[in-house]
Design a protein around this ligand. Structure first.
Ligand code: 26V
Length: 826
């Protein structure tokens, strides 16, 4: 257990009397009571963690009545409900977010400081709820915030992983994965709803074999899904929705039968599997590997959530025809797309509806969002998993496919090519179910997450399906919540904004455009730059306190923080740094603005090259730090353990946002939007939602460079990285420096695979874009020297970030896909 700390300076100087000043008004009493009654400690001697828990419980007390009231309002009004099904919800911390949305954050913080409590210390006791890999999971969390803020009767359904995304440690430059046991201590936000358990029936059991789940065929088993609810507080605290996370356990009674029949092993197998099922989040977002445990997790999410929402529907209606008028189910990627056969199974086998009716209700209730075009990330599940675990659902998939394909054949007589391409089953050495095809055929809407992505989806990835169902395809450009990603994480800038245009922007982010007329005002520019300088100093202070590293808040903070992926091209950024490094070494008195390049991100544990890129970035940082010629002018920092909380710290401090994926590969991006809202300027390729951001802000206020998606596609056939190596001196020098082991002096040859990829193949076309990147970079640095002009452009970026609020995304989902309306709570 942690030692009690009184880390605020004030409490060190004065005798500890934390509660001599009224703390949170009425919450003061709650706080003390929780310390006394829950933790059974004298408030004065409480551990920091106990204080966090007491504070969390106090805030929960404050919101409990409104949470109940929200749910009661829905029960009474019986509106059409929205269910957001996702294998990932990357929530981060809840305490400050809940306080922000209850509009209590400044007063609580102030009161805590007055009471000589270490506010930051308390807040940091809360672990991030890291129940997601990256963009897709964080999007789900932003969407929950917006749905609650917009008073929509919505609920998130996910899994309560005992272990979230692994913790990233860096050892000798290498990523080491460590378990994230985030629930080790009691979580103040979750409410166990034991009585609302559901049963999940499977046609097999499982056996753990050297850490892998193996299917034991022909041995049916039952799992129990137990829901844990978390409050989702809308801004203003009027609507409080729920995020319901399922945890798997074994049914109490089932062992008895097994034991009495003497099947000792069978009983043990069943119980091992149950506890194993929701133990850990899969940390790979790059390749779809056929793991039985992941498949079982996906089914478990679907089975629990559909059983639960159908039960709720049936409490209000016995008319199955009303289902699509009462529920909208959004599938966050194909991960919950077993919803198609599962909903059909319920309607056919439990409701006894005829096929056509069941099919009509299913497709009208479900909608699907695609988040990636990368073929290796598209889910395809081997048929034998279905055969062993879900034979009835497989039968239904066969029937869906047979009806669908006969329809296709009648539309395209003689064209077996199209039949093969759109089939739900991919035939090969091992037959597989194509989950994207299943989701598209079995729903009424398929959307991409940015305009370019939705177009590419339609014209390339699933072109035939888009021709068959043109009316189903649509775009919903992503967004992020301005509450967490501006108001909460950047209080200084928020204050500057509110001083200029009032506070309406917090709830109606389209109002942020009112900043535009202020962009040219020297006074406002000054206040804006001051807020940025404060955020940079805060970040530098924090970094020093946790790692001992010093960064100069007067250097340009240039950031690339995201999952490590070849297509996101962290190596392109590294090549840029190496070119600048070479320039300084060649001309030691070269005039440059001091710059700090921040990198952060995790690599999938099995993604060898991504892990090598992390090692490279760390060695690059070390080499530059060790070179007196460049020290103080450029610096590279790899921040370990990228997570929501780290993003909240760094993004407010960023001057430059790097969004440099190979055009056509980043579906949308969402950190791009967070940087824009916080007044960073963007250097970027024309990819994902960045294209729309530049349209809004005006290309003059952006630093776009490089090949377009179309140019990338057209040059695929003849692109030769060697040409750039042979013809561009700086490119060649940068690559030669890597190959010469300049960055791996004690690990000779370590980066050979990177050089190899760049020179032979370079699938993601790093070398094609490097010189354009450097030119854009030069323009950006020149602008930085003109502080007022920089500020003007940065302010215009903030002012035009309105459309990238997740409130805008959700408004479009609600009106165009869900056809759902707000259900305000009195
Ligand atoms: C994919 C897979 C594939 C196989 C098994 C496990 C697994 C887990 C997660 C994923 C997610 C990859 C897709 C993803 O995160 N896409 C990102 O979605 C963001 C939100 O729409 C978007 O902004 C990013 O551009 C996109 O890469």
């Amino acid at each position: 257990m942690d030692a009690p700390t009184r880390s605020s300076l004030a409490s060190k100087q004065t005798p500890p009397q934390p509660f001599s000043v009224p703390f949170f008004g009425q919450a003061d009493a709650l706080f003390e009571r929780h310390l006394l009654s829950d933790a059974v400690v004298e408030p004065v001697g409480a551990y920091e963690r106990q204080r966090f828990e007491a504070l969390g419980h106090s805030v929960r007390d404050v919101l409990a009545a409104q949470w109940i009231k929200t749910q009661a309002t829905y029960d009474q009004a019986d509106p059409k409900r929205i269910y957001y099904l996702s294998m990932e919800f990357l929530i981060g911390r809840s305490l400050t977010n809940n306080l922000t949305n209850l509009m209590l954050n400044p007063s609580f913080k102030h009161a805590a400081i007055e009471a000589q409590l270490d506010w930051v210390g308390m807040v940091e006791q809360e672990p991030d709820a890291g129940l997601g890999n990256g963009g897709l999971g964080r999007l789900a969390a932003c969407f929950l915030d917006s749905m609650a803020t917009m008073q929509l009767p919505a609920m998130g359904y996910g899994l309560r992983y005992e272990y979230g995304m692994f913790k990233q440690a860096i050892e000798q430059g290498w990523q080491r994965e460590q378990p994230d046991n985030w629930l080790r201590r009691q979580d103040p936000w979750e409410i166990l709803r034991r009585s609302e358990f559901v049963e999940v029936k499977l046609s097999c059991s499982f056996e753990m074999h050297q850490g892998n789940l193996q299917i034991v065929a022909g041995h049916p088993s039952t799992l129990i899904g137990v829901p844990y609810d978390r409050p989702i507080v809308g801004f203003g605290g009027r609507t409080i929705n729920s995020l319901r996370l399922w945890s798997a356990t074994a049914p109490d009674y089932f062992d008895f039968q097994e034991f009495s029949s003497g099947d000792f092993v069978g009983a043990l197998v069943g119980s091992i599997s149950a506890q194993t099922l929701t133990r850990v989040l899969y940390p790979d977002d790059s390749t779809q590997k056929g793991q039985a445990l992941r498949f079982a997790q996906e089914y478990f999410l679907v089975a629990c959530s559909l059983a639960d929402l159908i039960r709720r529907f049936r409490r209000h209606s016995d008319d199955w025809q009303l289902l699509p008028e009462k529920v909208a189910i959004q599938l966050n990627d194909t991960h919950p797309s077993l919803s198609v056969p599962e909903l059909m199974r319920i309607l056919l086998d439990e409701a006894n509806l005829p096929w056509d009716e069941a099919w009509d209700l299913t497709t009208r209730s479900l909608a699907y969002t695609n988040h990636t075009l990368l073929p290796e990330a598209l889910e395809k599940w081997p048929l034998h998993y279905f055969r062993q675990m879900l034979p009835r659902q497989l039968e239904i998939i066969y029937e869906i496919n047979s009806r669908f394909l006969s329809d296709v054949r009648s539309r395209h007589p003689g064209d077996e090519g199209i039949v093969e391409r759109v089939s739900l089953i991919e035939e090969g050495e091992e037959d597989k179910v194509r989950m994207a095809n299943l989701a598209i055929v079995g729903s009424h809407s398929t959307n991409g997450v940015a305009a370019i992505h939705s177009n590419l989806l339609k014209t390339t990835t699933v072109r035939d399906l888009a021709q068959i169902f043109p009316e189903r395809f649509n775009n919903k450009t992503n967004g992020v919540t301005p509450r967490r990603w501006l108001l909460m994480c950047n209080p200084d800038l928020s204050q500057v904004i509110s001083d200029a245009i009032g506070e309406d922007w917090m709830e109606d982010f389209s109002k942020i455009v009112d900043l535009a007329p202020h962009a040219g005002e020297p006074g406002f520019q000054h206040a804006f730059l001051q807020a940025k300088r404060n955020a940079k100093a805060n970040f530098a202070g924090w970094l020093h306190s946790v790692s001992g590293q010093s960064v100069d808040p007067d250097s340009i903070f240039d950031c690339q923080i995201k999952r490590i992926h070849e297509y996101k091209r962290q190596m392109l950024n590294a090549l840029r740094v190496i070119v600048l490094y070479n320039r300084i070494r060649a001309v030691p008195d070269l005039e440059i603005t001091p710059r700090t390049f921040f990198f952060a991100g995790k690599a999938a544990p099995g993604y060898r090259i991504a892990k090598l890129i992390i090692k490279f970035l760390n060695n690059l940082a070390g080499t530059i730090d060790g070179d007196p010629l460049v020290r103080g002018r450029i610096k590279v920092v790899f921040l370990p353990e990228y997570c929501v909380s780290l993003a909240e710290r760094l993004i407010p401090a960023a001057d430059v946002s790097n969004q440099i994926s190979t055009a056509g590969y980043e579906a949308s991006g969402t950190s791009n939007m967070k940087f824009m809202m916080n007044g960073a300027l963007t250097i970027a390729t024309r990819d994902g939602a960045t294209i729309e951001m530049a349209e809004q802000a005006g290309e003059d206020n952006f630093f776009l460079f490089g090949l377009t998606a179309q140019q990338v596609a057209e040059s695929r056939g003849w692109y030769d990285p060697r040409w750039h190596y042979d013809n561009d001196v700086e490119t060649r020098q940068a690559i030669d420096l890597i190959a010469s082991d300049h960055f791996s002096q004690n690990e000779r040859g370590a980066f050979g695979p990177i050089v190899d990829i760049l020179l032979h193949g370079d699938h993601y076309m790093h070398l094609a874009d490097l010189s354009a990147y450097l030119a854009a970079d030069q323009a950006l640095c020149a602008l930085y020297a003109d502080r007022n002009e920089w500020a003007r452009k940065a302010i215009l970026n903030v002012a035009h970030s309105g459309p990238f609020s997740s409130d805008r995304s959700i408004a479009q989902y609600a009106s165009e896909i869900w056809r759902a309306k707000p259900c305000p709570v009195a």
